[in-house]
Design a protein around this ligand. Sequence first.
Ligand SMILES: *[C@@H]1O[C@H](CO)[C@@H](O)[C@H](O)[C@H]1NC(C)=O
Ligand SMILES: *[C@@H]1O[C@H](CO)[C@@H](O)[C@H](O)[C@H]1NC(C)=O
Ligand SMILES: *[C@@H]1O[C@H](CO)[C@@H](O)[C@H](O)[C@H]1NC(C)=O
Ligand SMILES: *[C@@H]1O[C@H](CO)[C@@H](O)[C@H](O)[C@H]1NC(C)=O
Ligand SMILES: *[C@@H]1O[C@H](CO)[C@@H](O)[C@H](O)[C@H]1NC(C)=O
Ligand SMILES: *[C@@H]1O[C@H](CO)[C@@H](O)[C@H](O)[C@H]1NC(C)=O
Ligand SMILES: *[C@@H]1O[C@H](CO)[C@@H](O)[C@H](O)[C@H]1NC(C)=O
Length: 809
Amino acid sequence: MQGFFLLFLFITSFSILITISTSTDTLTSPQILTTNQTLESSDGTFVLGFIPGINSNIYLAIWYQNINPRTVVWVANRDNPLQNNSNNDGFLKISDNGNIVLLNSSSNNNLIWSSNQTTVTKNQLVLQLLDNGNLVLREKNVNDPTKYLWQSFDYPTDTLLSSMSMGWNFDKNTEKHLTSWKTTGEDPSTGDYSFKIDFNGLPEIFLRNDENIILYRTGPWNGERFSGVPEMEPDTDSIIFKFSSNEHGVNYSFSIGNPSIISRLVMDSTGVLQRRTWVPSSETWTTFCVCDTNASPVCECVKGFSPKNEQAWKLRDGADGCVRNINLDCESDKFYHMENVKLPETSSVFVNMTMGMDECGNLCHRNCSCNGYGNVYVTNGGSGCVMWFGELVDIRSYSDGGQDLFVRLAASEIDSNGKRNGTAITIAIVIVATIIIAACTYFLWSWASKRSGQTPQENQSANLIRDAKQIKIEDLPFIQFKNISTATNNFSSANKIGQGGFGSVYKGELPDGLEIAVKRLSKTSGQGLEEFMNEVIVISKLQHRNLVRLLGCCIEGEEKMLVYEYMPNNSLDFYLFDPIKKKVLDWQKRLYVIEGISRGLLYLHRDSRLRIIHRDLKPSNILLDGELNPKISDFGMARIFGGTENEGNTRRIVGTYGYMSPEYAMEGLFSEKSDVFSFGVLLLEIISGRKNTSFYNHEQALSLLGYAWKLWNEEEVVSLIDPEICNPDNVDHILRCIHIGLLCVQEIAKERPTMATVVSMLSSEIVKFPSPCQPAFIQRQIEHRGDLPEQSENLNSTNSVTITGLQGR
Ligand SMILES: *[C@@H]1O[C@H](CO)[C@@H](O)[C@H](O)[C@H]1NC(C)=O
Ligand SMILES: *[C@@H]1O[C@H](CO)[C@@H](O)[C@H](O)[C@H]1NC(C)=O
Ligand SMILES: *[C@@H]1O[C@H](CO)[C@@H](O)[C@H](O)[C@H]1NC(C)=O
Ligand SMILES: *[C@@H]1O[C@H](CO)[C@@H](O)[C@H](O)[C@H]1NC(C)=O
Ligand SMILES: *[C@@H]1O[C@H](CO)[C@@H](O)[C@H](O)[C@H]1NC(C)=O
Ligand SMILES: *[C@@H]1O[C@H](CO)[C@@H](O)[C@H](O)[C@H]1NC(C)=O
Ligand SMILES: *[C@@H]1O[C@H](CO)[C@@H](O)[C@H](O)[C@H]1NC(C)=O
């Protein structure tokens, strides 16, 4: 092989080099593509060319021609960059041995990267960039996809495009998967996360980190979708998901019926997997997290199990898992029917595709080491039999869209359930066997119309129902479904401006010209319904210029929608963490935003008729209107306090890591001071332009808070300030704000100021501030899982629990 390469290098160095001229989609030998040239696909969608990276590296890449900022979908030499310096320009060409090669021109045409294909042909070859983004090498006169000598679709980087596939080809013994960039947008070299199909049990896709630890699993394919991704709704956006698994290979891909829709599956450098769809009208990518590591469901043991280690459990470390309340007896055991779950991990299962459910259940019942069973596919009323002979790890429950699972429990557990049957809460997760379990659960609260008259046990739901009775929804203007449908162009994808686990957000215009944003609850969303009701209850009572205004709602049949005033400038994170867009936010604007948020929060805590704790304050929940006025949004998790209550306690910890105060994240205690903590984090993020959750300090493993604290003590805190806003005129003012931020994030809740004090400090009514004490969460917690919740990465404990479970520790 080595000799072969030397030989062709020798030959190529004598070739004549002709650069391509005008824009074209093909390159033929002996043409070359220099670093200042590009190929364009014939319909102009994609471009092949060279992009700059860090350290004056340059990479051969494919990106969308008409999308700004540049969105790269493929990189050739990700781990072998060229250097950008004037006398040393690389170029691309087709070598004489029939490969695409990237050469370093100044050093005897040193080989930087090669397509390494081995088919030999005498015919002339062309390199062509196709309209679907595939870069192919083919014989000039043969244009048959099955005869491509090489294609970039076979070597995915972090992006799966429509009609690209990932998986295994057993016949050719090849495999394709996604691997993140080191740093999204900056450094395309191979990053820490991979998303790869595993076919050990039932085929499914695993997200793993650099230590090969499984962070997330999609659940097996159930005939329609991955059982753990109920948001995969094939009809929306005319996306068709395809999955095949047979003796020739395992293959996942998607295609889009409407070619004008641009959508891709991408894994960012923090390990978050997202489907992103381009919205031409607003020139943004909408995001739908396939693996939403930011949502923080609570871990619960499944019915019949309790945490093995209560203490660790409270710290959200599920490592010890759950133990059975009552040991199994085998003969008399029964099966607990769980609906709409993501099936547990399948590495130790027995599968028979032709066996019926009855026989499957009988067989499982008779074999004492069988811990659960279910159908493999949900299509056509269900088919196939799968039985678990080990732990049932990482089960999740959804309100819709998952599938059925039967879990073995002692008969007495099932009987006790019989009596309690019909509580409004469904708990998920599970499992078993030798006793490890753990996974996360969504509490699913069924709307009263379906199961009226039952008494929920969990506080949150009880409160909701109580509140719902006090505040009649009829107080809120109802907007008819047909009017919303007209306003949003029938919920057209061009009007879609966002998507989350709860459903989609659409932009619309009422007949009087008023622009609105419509949050439409997806029918498969579990969390969304509870949050929907909560939001109606909380926000319909509030009015303040720094809170987003709810204009009305719509509940018709299955449809549930909230209608808000439209915010043309997106959310704060959209500006703050984008290297280009953040320039819009000079110091005056940032101060204006900080002050607005503080007044909105003060109103929630003190000035409104109700006392409200928001509980999920973060940049993506701060919307900006046309004048960049900040408006606090998303009251799905907010809690209303009665007259004398100051502090609440919940077993259901919801919120976002990085913004949750320590007492809330660890003990479920929340009060005004937990919002103050989140405000402090937000303030420091606004000033530094950096995200607490993805802040990375290499030497000291510090969080953004820890880093700020360190600089504060070293009297170096000026270097925390975002260079975009740092100038001698405002530096004193900014330092005062950092001081306020540090007071807000102090470890002890009592020592944090109230929002009233913060507002006075910001307006300089108070000039002398106390010295801050050490903030909470100063260390990154990755290596110390179990001590504190992780908060320095996008990955939250949903994953750590899952990981542990999957490793079977
Ligand atoms: C592109 O680069 C080549 C070689 O480095 C140089 O000769 C040529 O002038 C450049 N073209 C443009 C348009 O910059
Ligand atoms: C190489 O550097 C020059 C000068 O800084 C810049 O104009 C050019 O765009 C860079 N080339 C690439 C491919 O980034
Ligand atoms: C290209 O060649 C030059 C001169 O030999 C060398 O200094 C440089 O490191 C090479 N670049 C790469 C990326 O190999
Ligand atoms: C091509 O082969 C060479 C030599 O075996 C290897 O170093 C290089 O990584 C390969 N390139 C790709 C893109 O696989
Ligand atoms: C996988 O799917 C792609 C796209 O649908 C298809 O072109 C390819 O032939 C499939 N591969 C296998 C091994 O089934
Ligand atoms: C699968 O189940 C069917 C129906 O019970 C049975 O006839 C067949 O032998 C089973 N196959 C295997 C491999 O166990
Ligand atoms: C139970 O099933 C397992 C796995 O198929 C098998 O190894 C074991 O022999 C079975 N035990 C009995 C008692 O049938």
